[in-house]
Write a protein that binds this ligand. Structure first.
Ligand SMILES: [Zn+2]
Length: 112
């Protein structure tokens, strides 16, 4: 596959930006987990689908499914999408914890 490499000015600029960003605020990637997927995400997406025969389907977080399901975008007359929402409160706690991670704005200096 052909690909373009950054020219020296861009490489220098990217090096400055990488220095300003510092280390990646993330756990080390676990490359031992393969396609078999031994480890699953803490939050499970739910399948919501149109109750009519149009076949419209989306994936939605339990948190948002509890807030309310959207109307079918194919035809609003089909009504709200249908979804089996579990009563498990752990998924809500996981979403809240996920959203609690502080986001620090990154300021990139202007190009000189
Ligand atoms: Zn529909």
């Amino acid at each position: 596959m052909a690909h373009a490499m950054p020219a020296p000015p861009l490489r220098e600029r990217l090096a400055v930006i990488a220095t300003l960003l510092g280390p990646l605020p993330h756990a080390k990637l676990d490359t031992e987990i393969g396609a078999s997927g031994a480890k699953k995400s803490g939050v499970r997406m739910l399948k919501a689908e149109c109750g009519a025969a149009c076949g419209y389907t989306i994936r939605i977080l339990p948190k948002w499914a509890r807030v309310g399901l959207p109307l079918c975008p194919v035809n609003p007359a089909h009504g709200a999408l249908v979804c089996d929402i579990p009563d498990d409160a752990n998924d809500v706690a996981a979403v809240l914890q996920e959203n609690a991670v502080a986001e620090t704005p990154i300021v990139i200096p202007p190009n000189e």
